[in-house]
Design a binder for this molecule. Sequence first.
Ligand SMILES: [Zn+2]
Length: 362
Amino acid sequence: MRIAFNNLRILYGEDLELVRGNIVIEDGKIVEISNKVYKESIDMKNGIAMPSFTNSHVHIVDSVCKDIDLYKPIDMIVGKGGVKFKCLENKLREEKEKAVKDAMEEMLKNATLFFCDFREEEKSGIEFLANILKSYKLIEYKILGRSKDSKEIDSILEISDGIGIPDMEYMNINDLKRIRVKCKKKNKLFAIHCSETKREVKNCLKLKPDFVVHLTNIDDYDLYLIKKYKIPVVICPRANSSLAVGVPRVKELLEATLVGIGTDNVMINNLNMFREIEYTFKITRAIYRDYKFNAKTILKVATINGRKILKAKTNEIVEGNVADFVIFRNKPFLHDEYLAIVHRYSSEDIKVVVKENEVMFR
Ligand SMILES: [Zn+2]
């Protein structure tokens, strides 16, 4: 299958450099970016092509528990035996399945074509989710599971993309280290929620994780360690704000390491990446009083950085890469494409979604 789109503004390559041109895709790959117009080219009328969103941290099944008891402290909501876990226990399988399907539709609607789930409920939790997700052709995913049973860890690694540790108190440090080694041997991801409320970066880094999630509450020494060991970080600013635990030091983390972004638990936040990037862009400008902090930086965090962190195929728009991008319609009187996407565009502005051989026109 060959499709040519012409008359585009393209956020090209790893710097999302703005170039004008045409994109030709064939057999799921970008085979040409040029100014050539073919007979069969589809006129995109000055639309904007951008790599699709990567939601680097989600608990998708929690969408069955939307907004139960948000007005409680974080430990009572997502801590051991908290509201979230009671809800997951009490919901029927069919209810969870419906909630996951709705969440997938929401992601598709908002151009999120890759996500990473931190799955609870041990082995059966992974099997349940993987079984639903396999029928979605446009959205790729990685599922990181968990289990306290060291014997079950091996079977979890067989059916998942790695392990997502909920917190440093989940097991003793030696057991955690053993799991970490197993992940490495099997070439699977090992990640951990870290410093959402407590200062624990030093401890988390003892596990040499592939990435850490949150880093909401950190001091300068923690930042120094993250920079020194170049540990990638997935921030979740809106989820942290929902839970009233602060916001990450976005600008300094961006200076220190590779940063991705996630919407986190669907119980306390929605999956809309447009909202995530606008919120993050604006609070960062406001908190640092930095009028130079730019929209392009946040777009990279929300699109191509996540794929690097999750060790997935890149979705940079470059010849030879897989076709994994969206095309936004043009709107009159826009003077800055990056800003337009970050704080003016929404799902209604998406004209085309391209995921390898699947092309969806809206
Ligand atoms: Zn999480």
